[in-house]
Design a protein around this ligand. Structure first.
Ligand code: PL3
Ligand code: FE2
Ligand code: FE2
Length: 253
């Protein structure tokens, strides 16, 4: 494995940032590993697969939401279109490194969450669909892309920053929709959180080692996901202790 002076993978998953005596002429931020090592390429392929499959499913979910909420159909189709663009743009980040995304693994990892979305859609549980896609998946995406940005390579960084800005818009849609009918949906929100958060955390858990290899801190990601998600629950109408309790229960479920 090639090591940079400012970032060494001492043991799997451990990054030390020694002061540089002879810094490379190319400025490399501390904590950003080489993208051309085999370990990086393997890890990036699995992570990028999850990102591309997550974006492709988001595209599909927004199309189903457009059908379920015809009053917002045009807006939801527009958001879904953005997800299709994200899938394409983020897959370019792997192609740029000559890495092939591991789509098969990613589909397996996303299957339980996608299945839950489909079940909600089939039984007309629009709240469940909105919570899964617009609250849980979008909070997940915001936390993931925000934590990836500081270690992203020069090609992926501007793409990830632009995608991140779009994800906030998707999260806003869900927050507004749920806030407008909070009293009616509160119980359903809690129910679906308890079912869907564990399957989301399982995706993250499967990527812990790979995240470390590409320079991310999985614990920071989980912490920012939890913080963002609790904030969203409060935005839609939960009291702060209620939101914290629901998050704790759902994360432990
Ligand atoms: C919704 O717009 C898309 C949902 C995609 C979620 C992907 C989460 C991936 C987590 C793994 C680590 C992120 C690294 C980002 C690399 C581009
Ligand atoms: Fe997206
Ligand atoms: Fe999104």
């Amino acid at each position: 494995m090639t090591l940079t002076p400012d970032c060494q993978l001492n043991q799997p998953g451990q990054i030390s940032t020694e002061p540089q005596r002879n810094p490379e002429p190319r400025i490399r931020k501390p904590g950003r590993p080489h993208t051309d090592s085999e370990a990086y390429r393997q890890a990036y392929g699995r992570i990028n697969g999850v990102v591309v499959v997550g974006e492709t499913l988001a595209h599909h979910h927004f199309r189903l939401l457009a059908r379920a909420i015809p009053a917002d159909g045009a807006e939801l189709l527009r958001l879904g279109q953005m997800e299709g663009n994200h899938a394409r743009e983020l897959s370019e980040c792997a192609r740029n490194l000559g890495v092939r995304p591991d789509i098969r693994l990613a589909k397996q990892l996303f299957a339980p969450l996608h299945q839950l979305f489909r079940q909600c859609d089939e039984r007309g549980d629009i709240t469940g669909c909105v919570v899964i896609q617009c609250l849980i998946v979008e909070c997940f995406a915001v936390a993931a892309y925000r934590n990836y940005l500081p270690v992203a390579d020069a090609f992926a960084r501007p793409i990830t920053a632009a995608v991140l800005a779009d994800e906030s818009e998707h999260l806003d849609y869900g927050e507004v929709w749920l806030k407008q009918r909070f009293a009616a949906v509160q119980a359903a929100v809690s129910t679906i959180c308890l079912q869907a958060l564990p399957t989301t955390l399982a995706i993250l858990r499967a990527l812990v080692d790979d995240m470390r290899v590409i320079g991310m801190d999985p614990y920071e990601l989980v912490a920012s996901f939890g913080e963002g998600f609790q904030q969203s629950l409060e935005t839609i109408g939960f009291g702060s202790s209620e939101a914290a309790r629901l998050l704790r229960r759902a994360m432990a479920a």
